[in-house]
Ligand binder design. Structure first.
Ligand SMILES: C[S@@+](CC[C@H](N)C(=O)[O-])C[C@H]1O[C@@H](n2cnc3c(N)ncnc32)[C@H](O)[C@@H]1O
Length: 455
């Protein structure tokens, strides 16, 4: 081989071929799909829009992007006993997940917020427009959109998701004085919740049925807004009380989850560590927001059914969501203790949860497809013509193969089924990308990002 050829090839910069020197990528960007998103983002956004809302750039023309500024500084404060593996995971994910209030509560199947930001840019969403997530889960889309100046509406069948999302949104702006005092008196707060909500059963894998007299049994009367979307009647003081109450309650439920899974720390110490982390996260993002002149866009989190979206026709500028991965994750089972703590009757919820209806696997799969078709019809109805619906979905071929009685290799992936359904209803595939799922790669290797444009 000609040595000059080798030297010549190696002096070339791959990134330099994609982006001119004025664009500096964010550190730790090492997955191919991330590079793809960065590329499209840079193609679609102006330089000033990249500085304001870009997800994958540290600086443009020497000016730091807001994303870079929002993520840098001290990373999340983890409990001291955390393993070095967990610590390095957070360091590595500083720009992906470890910023804003996204770290509050570890919800299964949660989006990478940075990816959501990049996708919203690719979808052409701009400040003042409206995005919908019809299966918002922990509200990643709403929190991210709020920071980007994009209005958002989120719905989820689970009241716990509504509570979690609302609390993460409120934590962006709420007064933290009372939560700081609560941390100083964490023993009292812990006792209060332990009496009112219930104590963690250390080492319990799942929580047995616990019957409360409805969600209000654990809510202060003033925190009624958790079940009632209209909060306009609250005075400033009442709002502060309910914001603090919900912030503490989420931290308590989070700590209960940890304590029930691991007995490494006494529950009360776990609660203290989690509350400290919540305060750190909220203080950090609030400080960043105070120092910038950008306003947070309105976000509305609702408890509703994605098969019957409570919105008028052609009213949203973009839709982005991730359906339950077929029936791979039983969200009700996972959230049983939180839902039970909130006094929600989980079994009656099961009927409206996509992927959980039906008994045998094959029946579940039939119903899953039926439900997802309804969701896609609703997405088409509420989306403005020409705008984009992005779906992020993984496929568990082994499980599907079992359900259909065929070889997993011959299974048609959920993403392919959704694309076909979309095309039937006026949503045209314009882009498909895949990304590897790390950690559970034995059963589900790839997650697909499909972008469908409304006719
Ligand atoms: C994969 S998770 C979404 C996670 C979310 N993207 C996040 O960042 O946290 C899917 C969600 O769909 C919700 N879901 C299931 N059936 C639903 C229905 N009929 N209507 C609305 N949401 C539903 C589940 O409660 C679950 O939170």
């Amino acid at each position: 081989m000609n040595p000059h050829k080798i030297a010549g090839a190696l002096t070339q910069e791959l990134f330099g071929k994609l982006f001119s020197a004025k664009y500096q990528l964010i550190p730790n960007l090492n997955d191919l799909y991330e590079l793809e998103l960065a590329f499209y983002e840079q193609q679609i956004l102006s330089d000033s829009a990249l500085i304001r809302n870009g997800a994958y750039f540290a600086s443009v023309g020497g000016n730091f992007t807001r994303h870079f500024l929002m993520c840098t500084g001290k990373s999340l404060k983890l409990p001291e006993h955390s393993s070095s593996r967990l610590k390095s995971f957070f360091e590595k994910n500083l720009f992906r997940t470890g910023y804003s209030t996204h770290g509050l509560f570890p919800y299964r199947g949660k989006f990478h917020p940075q990816m959501i930001k990049g996708l919203m840019n690719m979808m052409g969403l701009t400040p003042g427009e409206t995005v919908l997530d019809p299966m918002m889960g922990s509200g990643t889309v709403l929190v991210e959109a709020a920071l980007m100046g994009i209005r958002s509406i989120g719905i989820d069948a689970s009241p716990f998701c509504r509570f979690m999302t609302q609390t993460k949104l409120d934590a962006l702006t709420m007064s933290l004085n009372r939560a700081r005092n609560a941390l100083k008196n964490y023993e009292v707060v812990f006792d209060y919740f332990a009496k009112r909500v219930g104590k963690p059963v250390v080492g319990a894998k799942t929580r047995g049925k616990k019957v409360f007299d409805g969600m209000m049994s654990v809510m202060e009367p003033v925190a009624e807004y958790v079940t009632n979307a209209d909060r306009t009647h609250l005075t400033k003081k009442q709002k502060e009380t309910s914001d603090t109450y919900n912030f503490l309650l989420l931290a308590y439920l989070d700590s209960v989850g940890y304590s029930e899974r691991s007995s490494r720390k006494p529950p009360i110490e776990q609660f203290k560590a989690i509350l400290e982390r919540y305060l750190f996260v909220a203080e950090k993002i609030q400080k960043i927001l105070d120092g910038s002149e950008l306003e947070i866009a309105p976000a509305k989190a609702m408890e509703a059914d994605a098969r019957d979206v409570p919105l008028e026709d052609k009213t949203v500028d973009g839709i982005i969501f991730s359906p339950p991965y077929s029936f791979a994750i039983d969200y009700l089972h996972n959230d049983a203790f939180h839902l039970n703590y909130l006094g929600v009757e989980t079994e009656s919820l099961r009927n409206s949860m996509i992927g959980l209806r039906g008994k045998k696997l094959s029946e579940k799969f039939e119903l899953y497809q039926e439900d997802m078709e309804k969701v896609l019809l609703e997405c088409t109805r509420v989306l403005r013509p020409g705008r984009i619906c992005t779906i992020i979905v993984g496929t568990n071929n082994n499980q599907l193969g079992k359900a259909l009685g065929i070889n997993p290799k011959d299974v048609q992936g959920i993403h392919e089924i959704l694309i076909q359904m979309g095309e039937k209803h006026g949503l045209k595939l314009i882009k498909i990308m895949s990304r590897p799922i790390i950690g559970i790669s034995n059963t589900m290797r790839f997650e697909y990002i499909i972008m469908l444009q409304r006719n």
